[in-house]
Design a binder for this molecule. Structure first.
Ligand SMILES: [Zn+2]
Ligand SMILES: [Zn+2]
Length: 905
């Protein structure tokens, strides 16, 4: 028989089992029209991303669902893939070029794209390996990349369809602009940082009269693009100015003073400069009042020809010069410090510039309507439910989506401009000529699409849409979309919109949102704080199974997860506990093959019925919890059962029964004759299957060792076991196994043993020492007598007397009486304590405590100390004194108990 190593070494087995699963083809589902498939499309990690705990959590949660459904016999598809991650990737490759002293324009678009492909291919290989390391049982034969031919074609088709429907348009709008990356950014790509700047009060001279209107601004350099000053129509200070003009200093341009309800009278002076080309709010004001747009900046945030004397200056240099010039003209009234939040490019940290520019947009309102309906009608469920409201809030206030990016890495916009007639042609395939005039002089739009555009199609583009493939028909719509709650809007909502728009069907039935991972004290993990846990390091230190278990147990959907070394250690301890328990059972099987034979269970003894009942209750609970997506609680319940009921109680009891018993007590029936092995094996085997979705590696290793032994025993010829635990059925609860009476007895046995153990601990009775005890019971008396051997050994009591309550002798003042739920335990003190030694110990300890009390007491009466020490130090000393006085009281009590019990010895 195979030797079971003493300690579990995760690294030794993980890779082997993963390769085994892969070679057996378990990860690739077969299309079976008679069965409903279970489908998860993996949120594609960015090719730029290092494997962090968030990925590990995503992979683990999805793998738990996928393995569970696979074990339930459903054709299960978990489709993996990666995202090209537009700007994020382009910036990384640009930085690498910069290290070699090159820029992307020097090497050209074609070479740059080639270079980026090479880099992305390498990173995709890393991501694949990282997922294998985590045990992710996804179908690598169906792996996709957003830039693959299939998904790319889906992108072009989706674009052209929306364009033809009038839902994609090109227009001048205010967008977030990064002057360094020189591209539009989505809101997600903008990081808001709180910074301290200044609020500048600038005087604008009235055009027709003496005097000024003073405006307050954080960006004085943008005054060159002002096209109005706005005041609130209710503001008494400015009522008379409405309709007149001010003249912009230095450039001497006249602009009107207008009234707008949106102006906040409490900000600055209550008069706002309106710069429509450089501020999103001002842009909206300008639209309401038909104000012209004056753009004063180039794409790289230097000033352009509209900036008059400042043309060519960088924006911040321009600010300094503008301020100096205004000061010279005595038009700078005052400067105040100001604290506010400013957007920065999340890729390069450059301060973003709101900018009006010509971009492509999706008109999202009609798409959002359908997506809201799908959730309202319950066709899509969001877990946890509280995010449904957030989803509705977002979708009801949705703005048009800017989808063009001035980048080279991504899906090129499928639009061609005609040099002849000036019209444009949108086409899935490259057109030979302009569809309007037939001119061959056409040029493709140089921009690419927002990376989220292809992500929004991910659920159907990965299955072959728009082709009517078998896979698309069978696996779409998916079952669950599992991701972090932070991208509910950016990604999940857009998948729902585009899924419905493209296919007419919802893309998935359930959205499961997980929380963010924080450190053990609930702080955000960051390199700066130094509290980041690297998953690769955690895996090599604790093993994959421990990491997976730590990430998922005791958590609930949508809530943030606290993870530290402590939780990882306790998960590793659990893996070791399971390993040791299994090792004991496997070795017992090797020693007693014959007794292990009756695999058909007929639990005879009470504890056998009890463990089987508890196991089946666990199976029932876990199944219910998994169905409700409560994976954290399911894992926790399996943990509690295996650790406590199975390992700490049943296995300890089984060890007693498996030992040779030369002189069994007279009240033993069948003890030592009925082998606990069948129950040990059965409980272990089912526990392994229950745990498999959470801890795939250690469970497969142990299950295989168990299988070898089960098949090896002669009478189990007919037994059929699958080749892997991964395709073994998930356990089903057998209600017939529920045994309330056995549970009642065992609850009482456990309570009796625990209470005696507590007394032993309290009186510091050495572990090898036997003490005497009597148990008195009513209804449970016959059953407790049957368990006498167990109570005796586990509580280390001898002699143990178990009697009816009416036989109880009235001598309890010399003994401890423990009143339990169904029994009373009497422990004579005399037998328990070595009286003299105990008396000496108590005397010595109370003497020491007494001396410390005197010391503290003196200090707290010392006026020098009281006058010098800080209040909290004095308070601490007082608390210490109270604690010591308490302790002394307890010691004296124990002493008096001891002398009363020894009185008649
Ligand atoms: Zn940037
Ligand atoms: Zn044309």
């Amino acid at each position: 028989m195979l030797e079971i190593p003493k300690a579990y070494e995760p690294g030794r087995i993980e890779e082997n089992w993963y390769n085994f699963w892969l070679e057996q083809g378990y990860l690739t589902p077969k299309i079976d029209p008679d069965k409903k498939p279970f489908v998860i499309v993996m949120p594609p990690p960015n090719v730029t991303g290092e494997l962090h705990l968030g990925h590990a959590l995503t992979a683990t949660l999805e793998d738990i669902m996928v393995r569970w459904h696979r074990m339930r016999g459903e054709p299960t598809l978990w489709l993996p893939g990666t995202d090209h991650a537009g700007i994020a990737t382009q910036v990384v490759v640009e930085q690498q070029l910069a290290k070699q002293g090159q820029t992307k324009s020097e090497i050209g678009r074609e070479n740059f794209t080639k270079l980026t492909w090479e880099w992305a291919d390498k990173r995709r290989e890393d991501i694949r390996l990282q997922h294998r390391l985590l045990g992710a049982s996804c179908d690598w034969t169906r792996e996709k990349f957003t830039l693959d031919e299939g998904p790319s074609k889906a992108v072009r088709i989706a674009f052209v369809r929306l364009y033809n429907k009038g839902l994609i348009y090109r227009g001048e709008r205010m967008i977030n602009w990064c002057p360094r990356c020189q591209t539009a950014l989505s809101d997600l790509e903008v990081e808001h940082k709180d910074i301290v700047t200044h609020l500048y009060y600038i005087r604008y001279p009235l055009t027709e009269n003496e005097g000024f209107v003073t405006v307050a601004t954080t960006r004085p350099e943008t005054f060159l693009g002002d096209t109005a000053v706005a005041v609130n129509p209710e503001d008494e200070r400015y009522k008379n100015f409405i309709g007149s003009c001010v003249t912009l200093p230095i450039i001497n341009r006249d602009i009107p003073i207008i009234a707008d309800d949106a102006v906040d009278t409490s900000f600055g002076t209550g008069a706002l400069k309106i710069t429509p080309a450089h501020d999103p709010t001002d842009f909206e004001v300008a639209q309401r009042h038909n104000l012209p747009l004056v753009n004063t900046m180039n794409p790289d945030a230097t000033m352009n020809e509209n900036a008059g004397p400042y043309q060519g200056m960088e924006r911040f240099a321009c600010r300094d010069k503008v301020l100096a010039d205004l000061k010279d003209k005595k038009l700078l009234e005052k400067i105040e410090p100001y604290f506010h939040s400013v957007g920065h490019c999340s890729r390069c940290q450059m301060m973003i510039e709101p900018r009006v520019s010509l971009q492509w947009f999706v008109q999202t309102e009609p798409l959002a309507k359908a997506a809201i309906e799908a959730v309202k009608e319950g066709r899509i469920t969001i877990i946890p439910e509280r995010f449904t409201k957030i989803y509705f809030d977002w979708m009801e206030n949705i703005r048009d989506w800017c989808i063009s990016r001035q980048l080279w890495w991504g899906h090129r916009i499928p639009v061609w401009y005609c040099q002849g007639c000036g019209k444009l042609t949108a086409s899935v395939d490259e057109p030979a000529a302009c569809t309007h005039c037939g001119s061959k002089q056409i040029i493709q739009d140089s921009d690419v699409l927002d990376t989220w555009f292809s992500s929004a199609l991910w659920t159907h583009s990965t299955l072959g849409w728009p082709e009517d493939t078998d896979e698309f028909r069978y696996f779409y719509p998916g079952s669950v979309m599992e991701t972090g709650y932070d991208i509910l809007f950016f990604w999940v909502a857009r998948m729902i919109m585009m899924g419905l728009e493209d296919t007419g069907e919802i893309p998935f039935h359930t959205v499961y949102l997980h929380g963010l991972i924080r450190d053990e004290s609930g702080e955000k993990m960051s390199k700066l704080r130094g509290n980041v846990i690297n998953p690769a390091e955690a895996i090599s230190k604790y093993g994959v199974d421990a990491l997976r278990f730590a990430l998922t147990t005791g958590t609930s959907p949508g809530n943030d997860i606290n993870l530290g070394q402590g939780k990882l250690e306790s998960s590793r301890n659990f893996v070791n506990k399971l390993w040791n328990a299994a090792r004991f059972i496997l070795q017992s099987m090797d020693a007693e093959t014959l007794k292990a034979q009756p695999i058909e269970l007929q639990p005879q003894r009470i504890e056998d019925q009890w463990i089987d009942s508890q196991l089946n209750r666990l199976i029932k609970n876990v199944t219910g919890l998994m169905e409700e997506f409560q994976f954290g609680e399911a894992g926790q319940q399996i943990y509690d059962f295996v650790w406590s009921k199975f390992c700490d109680w049943y296995i300890e009891i089984a060890k007693i029964r498996l030992r040779p018993h030369p002189n069994l007590s007279s009240h033993e029936e069948g003890f030592g004759e009925v082998s606990p092995l069948p129950l040990l094996v059965n409980t272990l085997e089912k526990s392994l299957r229950l745990l498999h979705p959470f801890m795939p590696f250690v469970t497969e290793e142990l299950w295989q060792s168990l299988k070898v032994r089960l098949l090896g025993s002669a009478s189990n010829d007919n037994m059929r076991m699958p080749d892997s635990i991964m395709i073994a059925p998930y356990p089903l609860a057998d209600d017939k196994a529920f045994a309330p009476e056995a549970e009642r007895v065992m609850d009482s046995v456990i309570e009796i043993v625990r209470s005696i153990r507590n007394v032993r601990a309290q009186y510091k009775v050495g572990p090898t020492r036997w003490i005497e005890a009597q148990v008195y019971a009513d209804e449970l008396l016959p059953s407790l007598i049957l368990e006498a051997n167990i109570i005796e050994t586990l509580a280390k009591v001898r002699p143990l007397t178990i009697l009816g309550r009416q036989q109880r002798k009235p001598d309890e003042d010399k003994a401890l009486v423990l009143v339990l739920k169904e029994a009373e335990v009497v422990v004579p003190l005399a037998g328990m304590v070595d009286r003299l030694a105990e008396e000496q110990r108590l005397m010595k300890e109370s003497g020491e405590v007494n001396a410390r009390i005197a010391q503290l007491d003196a200090r707290l009466k010392d006026s020098a100390f009281l006058s010098k020490a800080p209040a909290q130090v004095i308070e601490k000393e007082k608390q210490k004194l109270a604690m010591l006085e308490d302790k002394l009281k307890r010691l004296l009590q124990e002493l008096s108990q001891l002398s009363s019990s020894s009185a008649d010895m």
